[in-house]
Design a protein around this ligand. Structure first.
Ligand code: ADP
Length: 373
């Protein structure tokens, strides 16, 4: 009802109104410890509160809202009983978030680095494999060419001189041995890679084995002008090993000493003992060390460990003119490790290389005496 000549008004009993609203200002028990709810009048003084826990400034509610047109400037405010707790929680949340983001970023960085590293490794490996194929083809071709040439000469009956005939047969022999060595290395490498390589372990005399391999290699080395110093003890040095595999290590080390010797053609083979225990599950009395040293070009600094990696060649065929597959030392080390030993390199004092084969010595059965040859 409205009339322009009259102004209607109503008096509100505020005290009563406030009393009647009292029932609304009750909070659940678990909320009471956390927040306080208050009704503030137009002078921002609390007229009703949900509890007596709040000790702060009534003028700074956490959230507030006007009651409405009926009670202008009156507000309902919510206050945090312990605002520090909230900021602590916020800080913890911020810290957790920062940590999560850092971990995520780190994971991304490390992941990318690993992917890049792996890609690089794959790339290097595939390059090495391509080199390997061309190196092996070359290594196969060279001895095959000379075998064919000398065999043809002999077959034609054009060589009458007995000395020359024997010389040619000798060359065919050496080249065949070279081919066998290469093929054995490649086949053994493939077997090891597939996990199919098996060793026939038995008690074998390493001193005799080294002597045999060295003596069978001697004519070839001497024919190429090498002076040889071989210091092999007369007594037996027993190791638990696969004879053929151990001979292959020796052949690889000797043929490397031959290949990588330039002008100073001198090869030295000797034994050195070392007292340390081996991880082999058979009784041992320490390790034996066999050294194969030369006075050749040595391994370039920085490549001392890389030369044991598959296909790795510190002197590549193009620049050095020396052919190889990059498998000889990889195999030598793999075989030695399968025997509880190792193969290592160190530069030789006065120039050249020194390769050391370390193997655990087998304890003589029944007594501490050693058999002599
Ligand atoms: P390769 O078939 O190339 O000889 P290896 O695995 O036997 O393969 O040797 C790896 C590399 O180690 C060789 O390419 C060569 O650079 C280096 N190397 C091996 N033996 C010797 C040595 N006696 N003197 C100098 N360098 C050597």
């Amino acid at each position: 009802m409205s009339d322009a000549q009259f102004v209607y008004g109503a008096q509100v009993n505020l005290e009563r109104l406030v009393r009647e609203m009292e029932g609304l200002f009750h909070l659940e028990e678990n909320l009471q410890n956390e927040i306080t709810m208050a009704l503030l009048d137009d002078t921002e003084r609390p007229r009703l509160t949900s509890g007596a826990n709040f000790r702060g400034n009534w003028k700074k509610p956490f959230v507030s809202a006007e009651v409405g047109e009926m009670l202008p400037h009156w507000q309902v405010g919510v206050y945090l009983n312990n605002p520090l707790k909230l900021s602590q929680a916020a800080n913890t949340f911020r810290l957790t978030l920062a940590l999560l983001i850092t971990v995520l970023l780190l994971a991304i960085v490390i992941g990318s680095w690993l992917i890049a590293f792996d890609l690089q490794r794959q790339l290097r490996l595939s390059r090495q494999k391509t080199d390997f194929v061309s190196n092996v083809s070359h290594e196969l071709k060279t001895p095959l060419t000379s075998i064919r040439m000398f065999a043809e000469l002999l077959a034609d009956g054009r060589v009458q001189d007995e000395k020359r005939r024997r010389e040619y047969l000798g060359i065919i022999n050496v080249e065949t041995a070279r081919l066998t060595r290469l093929i054995n290395n490649v086949l053994d490498f493939a077997r090891i890679e597939r996990g199919e390589k098996t060793y026939r372990f038995s008690k074998c005399d390493l001193a005799r084995l080294v002597d045999e391999v060295f003596e069978s290699y001697r004519p070839q080395l001497e024919a190429h002008g090498f002076s040889l110093v071989c210091d092999i003890p007369a007594r037996a040095i027993f190791v638990n090993g696969d004879r053929d595999a151990l001979a292959q290590i020796m052949v690889n080390l000797l043929s490397n000493a031959e290949k990588y010797s330039a002008d100073r053609k001198e090869i030295n083979v000797r034994f050195a003992a070392l007292g340390s225990n081996s991880p082999l599950p058979c009784p041992t009395i320490g390790d034996v060390i066999l050294q194969v040293c030369d006075r050749g070009m040595g391994v370039p600094p920085g490549c001392e460990e890389k030369i044991f990696e598959q296909f790795y060649r510190a002197h590549d065929s193009l620049s050095s003119g020396i052919q190889g597959s990059g498998l000889g030392l990889t195999l030598a080390r793999q075989i030695a490790r399968a025997h509880g030993g190792d193969v290592n390199y160190h530069a030789r004092e006065g120039g050249g290389s020194c390769f050391e084969l370390r193997l655990p010595i087998m304890e003589p059965e029944g007594s501490s005496q050693q058999t002599t040859r």
